[in-house]
Design a protein around this ligand. Structure first.
Ligand code: PRT
Ligand code: ZN
Length: 294
């Protein structure tokens, strides 16, 4: 029987779309699923199991799946808080669903630093990460475990502070809370067991991971083309974000201007384009890169 790589993916939620998009961009094609739990790729030996994100570490640790896509926050919590979690490792960072786990307390209140939490209560859905962080900072606080709406805890006197995921910061703001410490910077990660893996499943995963690296790199990479006055070339090159060796080409009939092409491995902001323009760059084009094998 042909070995099929089994990957656990969140069925719905913040990781679901990013995970499926990444797998599709790696060339996997899915028809309709057999049922709500399974999807099989038509063109590669890969099966997905669609589950809740909190169950993904267990699916992988138990061997029900070979790999899983999960938030680093969930992975770390399992790693610190459960025996099974310790059997897992990160195979690849996936660059989406970025967020931070932060300590926050009522704005204008007495708590503005980790030290202020001594003897206080902290509400969180991440008790193991929070306890570990407080311990490493020599702070003794009570941890109140909650499984949702953590941000209401201070207002309802359930806790003095919270440790919760933040992305835009709007939830903290709406609840009168201010973040004062970053406990973890998180993104979606591909996890697997450290030991007792199948060589055949790993070989399929290696192909996908190499493609995924290309997909992730090209999403963060842009191709910039512009015309630069010859005497401003060095200043313009210095402004290009994350580009090591731009191509400089002659423009027929002109010796005062050259064409410059560069692959930029960082986000290109409007401010950068405006700065380039101010240095004399003209005809500036920023193009997406569809595929890349570095
Ligand atoms: O049903 P299931 O258990 O599978 O899903 P879930 O509800 O547990 O998870 P889901 O889909 O909400 O999040 C999945 C993963 O997405 C998390 O584990 C994180 O790795 C990542 N992620 C990225 C986030 C956020 N951004 C995020 N903003 N997870 C949660 N939030 C919540 C946060 O808890 C808070 O309530 O959004 C609120 C804050 O958002 P802002 O934008 O107001 O700061
Ligand atoms: Zn969940």
């Amino acid at each position: 029987m042909v070995t099929r790589l089994r990957i656990a993916v969140q069925s719905k939620g913040r990781l679901a779309e990013g995970g499926m998009d990444l797998l599709k961009n790696c060339g996997l094609r899915f028809a309709y699923g057999r049922d709500k739990l399974h999807q099989s790729a038509e063109n590669m030996p890969v099966d997905l199991m669609l589950v809740r994100d909190d169950d993904i570490p267990n699916f992988v640790a138990s061997g029900a799946c070979d790999y899983g896509i999960v938030g680093e926050n969930v992975f770390r919590e399992e790693q610190l808080g459960s025996r099974r979690g310790k059997e897992l490792e990160i195979a690849l960072r996936l660059g989406f669903s970025k967020c931070t786990l932060k300590l926050a307390a009522p704005k204008g209140g007495a708590i503005t630093s980790v030290a202020d939490l001594d003897g206080k209560a902290v509400a969180t859905s991440y008790p193991a990460i929070t306890a570990d962080y407080l311990e490493r900072n020599g702070v003794k606080a009570e941890i109140v475990e909650m499984h949702g709406s953590v941000e209401v805890a201070p207002r309802l006197n359930i806790a003095d502070a919270i440790c919760d995921l933040v992305s835009s910061g709007a939830t903290l703001e709406a609840n009168g809370l201010a973040a004062f410490e970053t406990v973890l910077v998180s993104e979606a990660v591909l996890v697997r067991r450290k030991e007792s893996r199948s060589g055949e499943a790993d070989a399929i995963a290696e192909i996908l991971m190499r493609r995924a690296q290309g997909v992730i790199a090209s999403a963060q990479t842009k191709y910039i083309m512009l015309n630069a006055p010859t005497d401003r070339l060095d200043a313009i090159k210095a402004l290009l974000p994350g580009s090591d060796a731009p191509t400089v080409a002659q423009i027929a009939g002109r010796d005062d201007v050259v064409a410059l092409h560069a692959v930029c491995r960082e986000r290109v902001f409007w401010e950068t384009l405006e700065a380039l323009e101010a240095e004399g760059a003209r005809a500036i084009l920023v193009l997406p890169i569809e595929k890349m094998l570095a």
